[in-house]
Design a protein around this ligand. Structure first.
Ligand code: C2E
Ligand code: CA
Ligand code: CA
Length: 620
């Protein structure tokens, strides 16, 4: 198999692995269908995935789940045009009472997708069956048409069979609805309890918020059923299901009056929406729910203890959107701790947030006061066994908290807008350090990590140009590491920025490869010179065959694209040797050397076992 075919196979297998996990864990039909579409569309191999189901008495399919932004746009457009949203349904029409899976998206839709994405791509529909009955179809758009051909096609066919099987399993639960549920019920209801599911509850809460008046609030109660896992594990899934059915009946008896609503939003979690509620009323209902669950439940002749825990969040005090309120009610539920208690969400749960805010303040000061440190870690060329550059890594020595990991404060900076000054600090420090290396007759490239935000900052290129002339930086002296996922956000804009950086003489590399999206189509257009294979695969490559295969195929992929392959996280000689054996170009990791202050690097490099042959001769 050539490197491209292998890469394609890895992408398809990756998408399917995620989707397969959904099949195993989804607790209701909605979670299953939407989870499958989301998982299939998650990494860009299939930019759009959607599922249409037949509704009783109609030949058309109704789209019940959609994954991928492209799909949303496409299907939304289709709706605007007055067609039904079951775009591929026209190719999966009933034929003699059965649905047939077709291969083509209606031409108009496929043409529009191709125009919008600038690619060729292809589409295929896979019939979904429960037993012999075809109940709908799964449609996929592939960026690379061959992902829908040959052996990949076979994998997808098999997967569609699994989806049908899993749907059948869910529908045949102990309280299976009689007959074929209408599409609406399928999407809205939890098949076991017949209650609305999370999506339906989200809509209910959103509706209630929009009609709530200033004087009247809402309460959201998160009810968690204790011992659900234990009971399911020891007595079987059916027993767990019976327990949940009974719990739902009891909670409904307490909570459901008039406009109040109840939903099952997780395997062992119910949510109650109380209209016109304040703290007193909500606490009162919570107490009654707990009382109602106190009585043992009869499951297969055994008396099991259901025990509920309840968390309460109030609108408008604790949030103003449905998801936030459900989440906070759940936080409160965890706060309630032991079974048989309830708790009201309180700002105190935001301790964490407050700590983060204080840290942001400190970070802002640290940048201004130049309290950050620049370290760097060596990279070694596998063919020569010599040092071939270093990666610059930030360190923050906090006066009270000690050393804080960049994984904590970089993310913090990214979410609070501090990343721009932070990156400016790093660039200054790194460019200055690189000039000092040159003065010390040590000329090796130094790589700086640039975050996704920076890449979309329109002033980045100008700043870099200014720094280069300020420090007399020459072509090839500096490199930028950009994470794979950062590159795939608006790739067309990114490609333009990267070209301008490269024209300034900055060498570019893809970081953390394998953890994000992998659109090969875009990767091929990026002016990058190397790819760093993520440590999660590298560290396990000797012990875990799958990781080994991923590393190996990524090295081949790099070479097919004329890129250098760099492996990071090399901690042991066995991994180092294995990488040398498969033709990887360079490595970085504790085995070679730990990060050290950037000023100490030339001395370390010249005296280490990886000493460059001519440490003072500039490398290309
Ligand atoms: P990264 O870019 O993937 O950097 C590699 C990280 O792996 C570094 O962690 C490094 O110390 C660590 N590492 C290197 N070799 C080994 C090894 O053999 N085993 C293990 N277990 N770890 C190894 P560090 O310095 O904590 O940095 C973490 C992340 O923080 C970096 O991941 C990068 O994403 C971010 N970061 C660090 N400095 C900067 C910066 O200046 N700017 C930006 N935007 N991000 C930075
Ligand atoms: Ca990096
Ligand atoms: Ca990395």
């Amino acid at each position: 198999m050539d490197a491209h075919a292998l890469a394609r196979r890895i992408c398809v297998l990756g998408a399917l692995r995620g989707a397969q996990r959904v099949l195993l864990h989804a607790g209701d039909e909605y979670a299953l269908l939407s989870g499958v579409c989301d998982a299939l569309a998650a990494d860009g191999t299939f930019p759009a995935a959607w599922i249409g189901l037949a509704s009783a008495g109609s030949a058309a399919l109704a789209t019940v789940a959609v994954g991928g932004a492209d799909a949303l746009e496409l299907l939304a457009d289709e709706r605007v045009q007055g067609d039904s949203v079951d775009a591929p349904g026209r190719d999966t029409r009933r034929e003699g009472g059965a649905l047939r899976g077709g291969d083509a998206l209606p031409d108009s839709l496929l043409a529009r997708w191709r125009a919008a994405s600038g690619g060729d791509g292809a589409v295929a529909a896979f019939p979904l069956k429960i037993g012999e009955r075809t109940i709908g179809c799964l449609s996929l758009v592939a960026a690379d048409a061959s992902a829908l051909d040959g052996p990949e096609r076979g994998l997808l066919d098999e997967f569609a069979v699994d989806v049908g099987y899993s749907l059948g399993r869910l529908r045949d639960g102990p309280r299976a609805m009689t007959g074929q549920p209408s599409v609406d019920r399928t999407v809205v209801d939890d098949p076991l309890t017949g209650l609305p599911n999370r999506a339906a509850m989200r809509r209910r809460i959103t509706g209630a918020i929009s009609s709530a008046t200033n004087s009247r609030g809402l309460a959201i109660l998160s009810v968690h059923v204790g011992h659900f896992d234990e009971i399911s594990d020891t007595l079987g899934r059916d027993a767990g299901d019976r327990l949940m059915s009974e719990v739902a009946v009891r909670v409904a008896a307490v909570a459901r009056s008039g406009q109040d609503a109840l939903a099952r939003i997780g395997e062992d979690e119910l949510v109650v929406l109380l209209q016109d509620a304040d703290t007193t009323h909500a606490s009162d209902v919570a107490r009654r729910v707990i009382e109602a669950l106190y009585r043992p439940v009869d499951v297969s002749g055994m008396q099991v203890d259901a025990r509920g825990t309840v968390g309460i969040a109030l609108y408008p005090d604790h949030g103003d959107d449905a998801e936030e309120l459900m989440r906070r009610a759940k936080v409160a539920m965890y706060r309630a701790g032991a079974d048989g208690y309830y708790a009201l969400y309180s700002g105190l749960h935001d301790d964490e947030r407050r700590r983060r805010l204080a840290l942001v303040d400190d970070l802002r000061r640290a940048i201004d006061a130049d309290e950050l440190l620049l370290y760097c870690q060596p990279k070694v060329d596998l063919r020569t066994g010599r040092c071939c550059g270093a990666e610059a890594l930030m360190r923050w020595k906090h006066a009270r908290h000690g050393m804080i990991s960049p994984t904590v404060f970089v993310e913090l900076a990214e979410t609070t807008g501090l990343i721009t000054p932070l990156t400016q600090w790093v660039l200054e420090a790194a460019f200055r350090a690189r000039q000092r290396w040159h003065e010390a007759r040590f000329d090796q490239p130094l790589a700086v990590n640039v975050s996704a935000r920076d890449l979309h900052d329109p002033r980045l290129v100008d700043r870099v140009r200014a720094l280069m002339s300020a420090w007399g930086i020459r072509e090839g002296w500096m490199q930028f590491e950009l994470t794979e996922s950062a590159l795939m956000i608006e790739p067309a804009t990114v490609i333009d920025t990267l070209r301008r950086l490269r024209n300034l003489g900055i060498e570019l590399m893809v970081d953390d490869y394998g953890t994000g999206y992998s659109s090969l189509r875009y990767l091929q257009q990026m002016p990058v010179s190397s790819i760093k294979i993520d440590q999660s695969f590298v560290r396990m490559m000797v012990d875990d065959a799958e990781s080994g295969a991923i590393v190996h195929s990524t090295v081949e992929l790099c070479h097919a694209l004329h890129l250098r392959a760099v492996a990071e996280g090399v901690e042991e000689v066995a991994v180092y040797d294995a990488l040398a054996g498969i033709g990887c170009d360079a490595v970085q990791g504790y085995y070679v050397g730990r990060p050290l202050p950037v000023a100490d690097f030339p001395q370390w490099a010249k005296t280490s076992r990886w000493a460059p042959a001519h440490a003072s001769v500039p490398t290309s």
